[in-house]
Ligand binder design. Structure first.
Ligand code: NAD
Length: 299
């Protein structure tokens, strides 16, 4: 289509998103620190590069899907950062979940160079990333909206314009606050049901046609064997790592502190995930297939 795309970060989410760009017939250059992620990307037809700058040097569009704000700063502004090589008029879309201020600051630096940068965090998990049905929460000015929408189309079903840059992150933080709480609630309900002796399928059937129904009960039930394709059905691997949920709850609690908004359940569930992430060995392995690699990202 005459457009050169670059994606940076190619694992659980980024890898599947890049795959959908390739399936749409686009030329995609990519970079990740992980050899495994790179191998999957090249198998699918992507062109692997050995630095963010190499991946971005001829790009019209750059898409990033990184773990946290420090990785986003590094990839845009660091020693091998993409802003140093991107041409005027190029577009960057950061789909990582980070705090709103970081992307606003990076977008302001990009604007000085004539580079449009917007935030488009996602919902839908690895299942949605694979199926190309993600919801993108877009923060950008009105003039860029149509272009961004067409870039995101192969990867998403719903592209919601939330407002100016940073607004997508606000929506995402609020959404994941609710997700963290509802996931814990479903886990408690399913565990209680099991202890009281009801069949898990029967209980899930009732919840999913009753008022307890939510994404965590229906699409990504934490009890094995309830939701097709959910991480619970494959030893809790390749899903949304507990460390990432903990990060997002931290973003919500921090943002709430800034505007003096109480977050009673959010704070409680943040502590629950904190405890989960501090447990070692078997429990961590169960919750994420590749904890060592993920922990390395956060060091
Ligand atoms: P992941 O850990 O599977 O992938 C992150 C990748 O980033 C790793 O392959 C790592 O090597 C790479 N990376 C780290 N630093 C890098 C750098 N400087 N340059 C290049 N690559 C680098 O994480 P994920 O689950 O794909 O999540 C990515 C983002 O998407 C996070 O912000 C997360 O909160 C968000 N998110 C995840 C899900 C989900 O279900 N997994 C859902 C919605 C949003």
């Amino acid at each position: 289509k005459g457009e050169v795309n670059t994606t940076i970060s190619l694992r659980n989410m980024g890898g599947k998103m890049a795959h959908n760009l390739l399936k749409a017939g686009l030329t995609v250059y990519g970079f990740d620190l992980s050899d495994v992620a790179i191998a999957h990307f090249t198998e699918a037809g992507g062109i692997a590069c050995n630095s963010p700058q190499k991946a971005a040097e001829n790009a019209d569009v750059v898409i990033t899907m990184l773990p946290a704000a420090k990785h986003v700063k590094e990839v845009y502004l660091g020693e091998n950062g993409v802003l140093a090589v991107l041409k005027q008029g190029s577009l960057c879309i950061d789909s990582s979940t980070i705090d709103p201020q970081t992307i606003k600051d990076i977008a302001a630096i990009g604007a000085e160079q004539g580079i449009q940068i917007c935030d488009a965090p996602v919902s839908g998990g690895t299942i949605g990333a694979q199926a190309g049905t993600l919801t993108f929460m877009l923060g950008t000015d009105d003039k860029a909206f149509e272009q961004v929408k067409s870039v995101l189309a192969p990867m998403g079903k719903n592209i919601v314009h939330c407002g100016e840059v940073g607004a997508g992150q606000i929506a995402k933080i609020c959404n994941n606050l609710i997700l963290g709480i509802s996931m814990a609630a479903v886990a408690e309900g399913m565990a209680l049901g099991a202890k009281l002796g009801i069949d898990a399928q029967a209980l899930a059937g009732v919840i999913n046609s009753s008022s307890g129904r939510c994404w965590s009960s229906e699409v990504c039930n934490p009890w094995p064997g309830i939701s097709a394709n959910a991480p619970a059905g494959r030893g809790y691997s390749d899903g949304f790592a507990s460390q990432l949920m903990l990060k997002d709850l931290g973003l919500a609690v921090e943002a709430a502190g800034q505007v003096k908004q109480p977050l009673l359940l959010g704070g409680l569930v943040q502590q629950l995930y904190q405890q989960l992430c501090m447990q070692d060995g078997a429990v961590q392995e169960m919750l994420s297939g590749s904890v060592d690699q993920l922990n390395a990202c956060y060091e």
